[in-house]
Design a protein around this ligand. Structure first.
Ligand code: MG
Length: 306
């Protein structure tokens, strides 16, 4: 027995039968962007409409306001030096929180035009910062400031923080959203939640091959939903893909087989692995933060080759 619906026998090896889904905290309007900081044993996450970031302390269970206002922050990640990097809807930028607490802008424009509203973010082992830039944060005043898109398109960008160089790497998605690299970083998974704007648009996770030069190629549909939307996505160390999908978390094998599903009491936005063994799946869902221990570890960034 487990909280998961087992669709493929491989899923049995990924769950812990006695582990329960825990609601750790509630009180958000739309919780998003969980990022776990192992050195401090805390999790930072966003409450987008309430314009704040929260901090869950794993040692005490306490949740407190980490930053408000937050620029209507959405996705968060931890960079190679343990710093917080964040997507900010209202500021329409990527920011980094320095070790001294200062906040710096890493990316605000592409080709001289303002970004739409960065949504989700991941850091590769070479230090490059990859983020999606759909329009959700400028579509209304609820999660940012309503505004027209200056770019007129929604891309995934690759930022080199050392040089500031910004490149559009994924340009063929309607609304790119959650991002994750496979454990060896040869595959980039990109959620396309474009069905929010075009009803018959495929509700897909698309897998791209990642070239050594930081470009991507050969997109293929990795997973599809019949309805609802994928949002956040993460890989475990075995390359399985864990994806938020409306009122559930789905797990897929690297070959795309749907292995199992964790039904959720609320609509799920995003997820990340954390805890000292990276075997605790933290899930942000609508008003609440949830967690469940699984028999899988989140993918660690590979050590870069010299
Ligand atoms: Mg998202």
């Amino acid at each position: 027995m487990s909280e998961f619906e087992i669709l493929d026998p491989r899923m049995r090896g990924l769950v812990i039968g006695t582990a329960q889904l825990e609601r750790l905290w509630t009180g958000a309007r739309w919780a998003e962007g969980p990022a776990y900081f192992p050195a401090g044993r805390y999790l930072v996450f966003s409450d987008i409409p309430n314009d704040r970031m929260l901090r869950y302390d794993e040692t005490s269970g306490a949740v407190s306001v980490f930053r408000a206002p937050s620029g209507n922050s959405n996705g968060n990640a931890v960079d190679l030096e343990g710093r917080l990097v964040s997507c900010e809807h209202r500021a329409r930028r990527i920011s980094r929180t320095e070790h001294d607490g200062g906040i710096v802008a890493l990316a605000t424009h592409f080709d001289g035009r303002r970004l739409n509203a960065p949504n989700d973010i991941v850091v590769k082992s070479d230090g490059s910062v990859w983020f999606s830039d759909p329009t959700y944060g400028i579509d209304s005043d609820y999660e940012g400031d309503a505004a027209p898109s200056e770019l007129g398109r929604q891309c995934v960008y690759r930022l080199d923080p050392a040089t500031g160089a910004l490149g559009a790497v994924v340009t063929d998605r309607l609304q790119p959203n959650g991002l994750a690299f496979s454990p060896d970083e040869t595959v980039l998974y990109v959620v396309d939640s474009g069905a929010s704007h075009v009803a018959d648009h495929p509700r897909a996770i698309v897998a791209y091959g990642v070239r050594p030069d930081g470009t991507v190629a050969d997109p293929r549909t990795f997973a599809l939903l019949p309805d609802g939307f994928y949002d956040g996505v993460r890989c475990d160390a075995q390359g399985n893909v864990w994806a938020s999908a409306f009122r559930a978390v789905h797990c897929y094998a690297p070959d795309g087989t749907h292995l199992g599903t964790l039904p959720m009491p609320e609509r799920v936005s995003n997820l990340c692995f954390g805890g000292l063994k990276r075997n605790r799946l933290f899930i942000t869902a609508q008003t609440s933060l949830y967690a469940i221990y699984v028999n899988a570890r989140g993918a660690a960034r590979p050590t870069p080759r010299p």
